[in-house]
Design a protein around this ligand. Structure first.
Ligand code: GP9
Ligand code: MN
Length: 634
């Protein structure tokens, strides 16, 4: 017995097991107490406990690839690296409330900021993070030459098999908790919570490598090809050009708001009374055939599209995958004209990687959760409720230097559409029997009330008269999974034809003195950048914009969806199903009729993807100079 024990002791099995247990416990405790991961239920707690095991076994197991002589050293080095990852994240988090990513490491400005205060940021507990490591080093020293870490082949195989098994279980539990976690990557806190901190870094590494290779092979001539295409599409601007010159801009991103709620009556009651009035206001331009172009990046895609007039990506969120790119976004363009830019949002700043991406887009300020007074009483679902959000935003916007370009991102009307306070419920739910659809009207009604109060407050604060307001829906709120309930609401069968048109979101452009009317032109979020810039009287001849001015006289009526579907004034082309409809008769027609539309969509989307994946806008200045030179020579 004793002999067997001694053998196991010498083989290093105890050492290995003890190290795994120590690192596992340390990782779990750090995840739980050094970061605020918002564990919502028991399943998430179980995932959190489980997540470190697979990667710890795997990475520490790598030491068996080294020769016996070097193995203990390799093992301790790997242990050190993993401890350091934990330690560095804990310190970084205290300052930035965020996790370290490779793009952030590369923008080492962040770390310089941290440098000076790193000492103050480190506390006694951080030293505790090294106790286990020191203990293992001492153990190895005491056992000295006797510690060889020579486990049987069978045992090593078992270690890797357990690692693999535990990672697979972890991944499937995570996927069940949050479908499409890996492709959507909305929130780093969510990724760390469900994948674990080590796997998160592996994932981040893979994503970075992927974007870097695309970028490395890109050339400036590719940008010229794109410019050639987008310049040919531009329309002539008409009387609205410069109609809002020098004014402030307030964009309001209306969470999950689809256009069908405008003027819709539920049990005789309006769902959006404020917006319904605003739509008819003599100073409002209401676009009744306006669509979203978003993909998996949801709200963040809409922000990207609106600010850049580029499409989001076919998979993932461009906000997280390509935040290191060079862009020529509206805040930057207007910044050169003396504008101050800011985003207001009541959720944590790392959600959708906004904190990083906004810098790339040229925003001067980002007011997020930490700038608001957020309590359990005034928040629901993702964060601060819309009414207190707008209320608390007024002093902040008053403080901004004018003129400003700002975006307010609402939050309460978000899936699963819940309200926790009686006083927030202003309308009865619908009764389709589908809870999501039924509650949708209640949170929409709440958001409408918040918008109304915001509008009044802006008037009272004296901010209204010099401002142009752009209210737009960010993306759909009711997915196709709810078609059955939606057919009850709409009173018709939901075919791909109706489904595509349900992707309409409201767009209202309002400014005192603006010559308002209903605009029937078919357009989408991609058109907002040129529209806003033209209203402000700003020309951008060299910019790459896939959209066109919605107010231009000769613009083509078209909306291209991220899935390749297209809607024009005449046709609805459902891309996934490959069905072509005549808009007027609402009937299916030969797909060949929609073929040119399908091809145009594919061309446009792939050119836009080329710009993003290749980071082509970094060649913008270079190309602009060449174009100027060419025209001078002519
Ligand atoms: C999160 C909010 C919602 O901050 O913008 O994001 P979504 O899930 O709609 O993309
Ligand atoms: Mn959204």
């Amino acid at each position: 017995m004793n002999e067997r024990f001694n053998k196991m002791f010498r083989s290093g099995l105890f050492f290995f097991v003890a190290a795994v247990l120590l690192l596992w416990a340390k990782t779990y405790l750090t995840l739980k107490y050094s970061f605020s991961l918002d564990i919502e239920n028991t399943m998430q707690e179980i995932i959190l406990i489980l997540t470190p095991l697979g990667s710890i076994l795997f990475f520490l197991g790598l030491s068996f690839l080294f020769s016996k002589k070097r193995r203990v050293k390799a093992f301790l080095t790997l242990y050190f690296i993993m401890s350091f990852v934990l330690f560095a994240n804990a310190v970084y988090y205290r300052f930035f409330s965020d996790f370290i990513t490779i793009p952030v490491l590369m923008q080492y400005k962040n770390f310089l900021e941290l440098g000076g205060s790193a000492k103050e940021l480190m506390g006694f507990t951080d030293l505790l993070l090294w106790v286990d490591f020191i203990a293992l080093v001492v153990w190895a020293k005491i056992q000295k030459n006797h510690l060889v870490l020579a486990l049987k082949k069978r045992t090593v195989t078992a270690i890797f098999a357990t690692a693999l098994l535990s990672m697979t279980i972890n991944l499937s539990l995570a996927e069940a908790e949050r479908p499409e976690l890996l492709t959507r990557t909305f929130d780093r806190a969510m990724l760390v919570k469900l994948l674990g901190i080590y796997n998160f870094h592996v994932y981040d590494g893979v994503m970075t490598a992927k974007t870097q290779t695309h970028r490395a092979f890109a050339e400036s001539s590719e940008l010229s090809e794109v410019q050639h295409y987008t310049n040919a599409e531009k329309g002539k601007s008409d009387k609205y050009f410069g109609a809002a010159e020098g004014k402030n801009v307030v964009l309001v991103s209306m969470e999950s708001l689809q256009n069908f709620v405008i003027d819709y009556k539920l049990n005789g009651q309006e769902v959006t009374p404020f917006l319904n009035d605003l739509v008819k206001d003599e100073n409002s331009l209401y676009f009744s055939n306006f669509y979203h172009n978003t993909g998996q990046g949801k709200t963040s895609d809409s922000e990207f599209i609106v600010d850049n007039s580029l499409y989001g990506l076919p998979r993932g969120a461009v906000f997280t995958t390509n935040s290191g790119n060079e862009y020529n976004a509206t805040p930057e363009i207007l910044g050169e004209k003396g504008y101050t830019s800011a985003v207001f949002h009541g959720n944590n700043d790392s959600f959708w990687n906004r904190d990083v991406m906004y810098k790339s887009l040229g925003y001067d300020h980002f007011f997020s959760e930490k700038d608001y007074n957020v309590t359990p009483e005034n928040s629901v679902n993702y964060g601060l409720k819309d009414i207190p959000f707008f209320e608390q935003s007024i002093p902040k916007i008053k403080n901004l230097e004018e003129p400003y370009y700002t975006r307010f991102i609402t939050l309460t009307h978000h899936y699963p559409f819940v309200l926790n306070d009686k006083e927030d419920i202003m309308i009865e739910p619908a009764n389709t029997g589908d809870g999501t659809v039924d509650r949708y009207f209640q949170t929409a009604r709440y958001m409408d009330e918040a918008l109304k109060q915001f509008f009044q407050d802006m008037k009272e604060a004296g901010e209204y008269k010099d401002t142009i307001f752009v209210f737009y829906g960010d993306h759909y709120g009711i997915s196709t999974n709810h078609n059955k309930a939606m057919s009850k609401i709409m009173g018709e069968e939901i075919r791909p034809f109706e489904e595509k048109q349900l992707q309409q979101v409201p767009l209202i452009i309002h400014a005192p003195g603006l010559d308002g009317k209903e605009m029937k032109t078919v357009g989408s979020q991609i058109d907002l950048k040129p529209t806003i810039l033209h209203l402000l009287g700003v020309e951008t001849p060299n910019d790459v914009q896939f959209g066109t001015d919605l107010l231009a006289e000769d613009r083509k009526d078209i909306a291209i969806f991220r899935d390749g579907s297209v809607i024009t004034d005449e046709y609805v082309y459902a891309g996934k199903e490959n069905i072509c409809y005549d808009k007027q008769t609402e009937k299916e027609i030969k797909t060949s009729v929609c073929k040119p539309l399908k091809e145009k969509a594919q061309k446009e989307l792939s050119l836009s993807d080329k710009v993003v994946y290749g980071d082509l806008l970094r060649f913008l200045d270079e190309n602009a100079k060449a174009i100027e030179q060419q025209s001078a020579e002519k």
